[in-house]
Design a protein around this ligand. Structure first.
Ligand code: 0L1
Ligand code: MG
Length: 249
């Protein structure tokens, strides 16, 4: 691998391990988006070398507001490993400056070999949440920086799986310690989370990655992400999909 890109991957990986934010990569050397995806893959390879397994993908910039904010007109994606899956508790002391956002998740029960396979491959749908933890100082980045940083992926949790159904416009609520802190509709996810699933399949196929049975596709957030404090109880719900909870310390 190009030594510059390898050094970038090492910087980001060590930021996670040392729980220390780093300056934006693009402040130190040039980086385009195609190279940034190479860095992302190298960061994931380092995690796999430590025994983590790929279990899905996450979609980012799935709301029009975030695309406009970043000046982009397409989604980005990151890769999920089993170590990112949060059960009922999350120790935030291992994180830099975590944020949480309510998401819709799809579970695949068949491989996706072409984008046309995506919708038929869905075996389950759930409400979920994503914990974002940018490795950059001030949670500040360019498009290439955030792609290299695996789209800020840090953790995610999932509610109960439901049989596939229409989740194109369901109300979603994020509560912290019993107080509503963000609410919105799944329609904020590209107009319908299924569009995000299709985009995941398109990007995966273009990258030569086959989405696997058992993988989770985090389709995107229904609201802006909010800071995730320690010592908190978080509940994320979606109409018709139940809820998922997490306690932080
Ligand atoms: O999951 C997302 O939509 C976020 C993508 C990365 C940008 C961020 O950290 O806000
Ligand atoms: Mg997200």
């Amino acid at each position: 691998m190009n030594p510059r890109l390898n050094a970038f991957a090492e910087t980001l990986d060590e930021a996670v391990l040392n729980r220390r934010a780093v300056p934006r990569l693009t402040d130190t050397a040039p980086l385009d988006v195609a190279e940034a995806y190479e860095v992302q893959r190298a960061v994931i390879e380092r995690r796999r070398a430590r025994g983590e397994a790929l279990i899905g993908v996450k979609m980012g910039f799935t709301s029009r507001a975030k695309m406009v904010q970043m000046g982009v007109d397409d989604v980005i994606w990151g890769l999920l490993t089993d170590a990112m899956l949060v059960e009922s508790h999350l120790d935030t002391s291992g994180l830099i400056h975590p944020r949480i956002e309510p998401e819709i998740a799809f579970l695949l029960d068949r491989p996706v070999r072409t984008p046309a396979d995506a919708v038929a491959a869905v075996g389950g749908i759930a409400v979920g949440y994503e914990v974002l933890d940018s490795r950059y100082e001030g949670f500040s980045f360019t498009l290439a920086d955030v792609v290299a940083d695996n789209a800020s992926a840090s953790g995610f949790g999932l509610g109960p799986w439901h049989a596939p159904k229409d989740v194109g416009n369901v109300g979603m609520l994020l509560e912290i310690d019993g107080r509503p802190v963000a609410s919105g509709s799944s329609a904020a996810i590209l107009g319908d989370p299924l569009r995000s699933l299709n985009a995941a399949a398109r990007l995966a196929c273009a990258a030569g990655i086959e989405l696997q049975p058992g993988w989770v596709i985090l389709a995107g957030a229904a609201t802006a992400a909010v800071p995730l404090p320690s010592g908190a109880h978080v509940r994320v719900s979606a109409a018709g999909l139940g809820h998922v909870e997490v306690t932080t310390r």
